[in-house]
Design a protein around this ligand. Structure first.
Ligand code: ADP
Ligand code: MG
Length: 322
């Protein structure tokens, strides 16, 4: 199969077009209309096989995850997904793999009416780059900076599940019953918190998506806001699968495991009522884990009331090693 029939077969979709796409796949570049009063939000993330997903990952999960991690970045900015591009590097045109990949990719894209408007296709190691483009009313985007002392710190969903899923894959951990499948699902198919991100416009003072672990990503929020924080281990939201493995796994996956794709955000005291009122409309739980304080650094209170010092601060591709 040549490059053009591959694009035509798997990535061009008849009859599914947003009215704001003037020109999609097929020309040198796409033309998309940004409505008056809206800011364009752009995010890019690359997945490298063997680095960002295990080789055993089903093609559908790779397609889902490639888009999901980018929609998660848009969510963290409070943006609505609109369009995306896809740069694919593949060792060969494996039709079964491509069909699975496209199915996973488009089933997520369709849920958020996000249209594929272009991309690039090359031969090479399996590497997938998505650029997601979203829209937010001008001046309303959430940012990492903005947290102030007294703000409450929240996270969505549960923490550490994907890191446990990866530990299972690498055989460093054993799980029984449904827990293994649940954790593996959390690794392979993260759910971008798009409704939450949109709902937090005008409520959150700062937001970030947790891709490198809570400690590292909350750390970015604290640094950007020139503030410190106190959080408690006993308040971290853990899934029942995680709780069933807590003794074996410890706290590290929840604190510094990567790939959660939950949102971490701060809410000032006068917006807590609004948060509580609107939270039921978002398709995930949110949980207060601590508060912002004056100063700098993150104090983690252990279950014994004493300070807990995490062993790792989070995932960083360029630190340590070769
Ligand atoms: P050019 O040579 O002008 O860069 P290409 O031949 O690479 O264009 O691509 C032809 C068209 O197909 C372009 O509109 C491009 O955006 C689109 N395209 C290429 N690869 C993909 C892909 N993986 N997914 C979606 N669109 C793609
Ligand atoms: Mg061209």
């Amino acid at each position: 199969m040549d490059e053009f029939s591959l694009i035509e077969r798997y990535f061009t979709r008849a009859g599914r077009h947003r009215p704001d796409v003037e020109l999609g796949i097929g020309d040198d570049a796409a033309l998309c209309r940004v409505p008056e009063g809206m800011s364009l939000v752009a995010a890019t993330d690359t997945l490298v096989e063997g680095v960002h997903f295990p080789e055993s990952t089903p093609a559908g999960a790779v397609g889902h995850k490639a888009l999901a991690v980018n929609l998660s970045d848009l969510a963290a900015m409070g943006a609505d997904p609109a369009w995306f591009t896809l740069a694919l590097s593949l060792p060969q045109a494996d039709e079964t793999w491509l069909q699975g990949f496209a199915d996973g990719l488009f089933s997520l894209a369709d849920r958020f009416a996000c249209e594929l408007v272009g991309g690039d296709t090359v031969r090479g190691p399996r590497v997938i780059t998505v650029q997601a483009l979203g829209l937010v009313p001008a001046g309303m985007a959430l940012q990492r900076r903005g947290a102030a002392p007294g703000d409450r710190i929240y996270v969505s969903g549960t923490l550490g599940d994907a890191a446990l899923g990866l530990a299972l894959e690498r055989r460093g951990l054993q799980a029984e019953g449904d827990a293994g499948a649940y954790l593996r699902g959390r690794l392979d198919r993260p759910e971008p918190r798009v409704e939450l991100g949109r709902g937090l416009r005008g409520i959150a003072t700062a937001a970030i998506d947790i891709s490198d672990g809570l400690v590292a990503d909350l750390g970015h929020v604290l640094k950007a806001g020139r503030v410190g924080a106190r959080v408690s281990l006993s308040r971290l939201p853990l899934s029942s699968a995680y709780n069933s493995l807590r003794e074996q796994a410890g706290w590290e996956p929840a604190l510094s495991g990567g790939d959660d794709y939950e949102l971490c955000f701060t809410v000032p005291p006068d917006k807590l009522g609004q948060l509580e009122q609107e939270a039921p409309a978002w398709s995930c739980e949110v949980c207060c884990i601590g508060e912002v304080v004056a100063g700098s650094g993150l104090f983690i209170e252990g279950t014994d009331g004493k300070e807990y010092r995490p062993q790792h601060s989070g995932h960083d591709h360029f630190s340590g090693g070769s």
